[in-house]
Design a protein around this ligand. Structure first.
Ligand SMILES: O=C(CO)COP(=O)(O)O
Length: 136
């Protein structure tokens, strides 16, 4: 069975929450190909030892690079702990990334609670789960 490709992204104030969540689910995440925006990916790698393919930092285009994976049907799930309390200079990119998850029916979790539910779902690592992709 091919591995799921999973993106992990967090804004600065949310990085501790994402790191704690990754530690909690490390055995599941170890079975996935992980990608991340630059700073998030570096932190996950140094704090957990997980191998992460790192794209550019979010404000420098990393969200858009992950969006491109979605548009190419190369991403299975996004865990994006975005910050609702601080303005981001690249807010249009953040919205665009979340928008593409809706366009292409990609599972996306923006809070630890939802992320827990997604990652512990019996479907998560199962090859039987194939979300229907829209045919435009
Ligand atoms: O800004 C981000 C997502 O919008 C995250 O980028 P970094 O992982 O580089 O901090």
């Amino acid at each position: 069975m091919s591995k799921l490709t999973v993106a992990l992204v967090a804004h600065d104030h949310k990085k501790p929450e994402l790191l704690a969540w990754v530690q909690q689910h490390i055995d599941t995440l170890r079975q996935c190909d992980l990608v991340a925006t630059g700073t998030t990916g570096g932190l996950i790698n140094s704090e957990t030892g997980l191998t992460v393919t790192r794209y550019k930092s979010g404000p420098l285009g990393g969200d858009q690079q992950i969006g491109a994976l979605i548009a190419e049907n190369k991403l299975d799930a996004l865990f994006f702990f975005w910050d609702p309390l601080n303005a981001a200079p690249h807010d249009p990119d953040v919205k665009a990334l979340l928008r593409l998850c809706s366009v292409w029916n990609v599972p996306v979790a923006c809070t630890p609670a939802t992320a827990d539910l997604v990652v512990t779902s019996p479907w998560f690592l199962s090859s039987e789960y194939k979300p229907i992709k829209p045919s435009f």
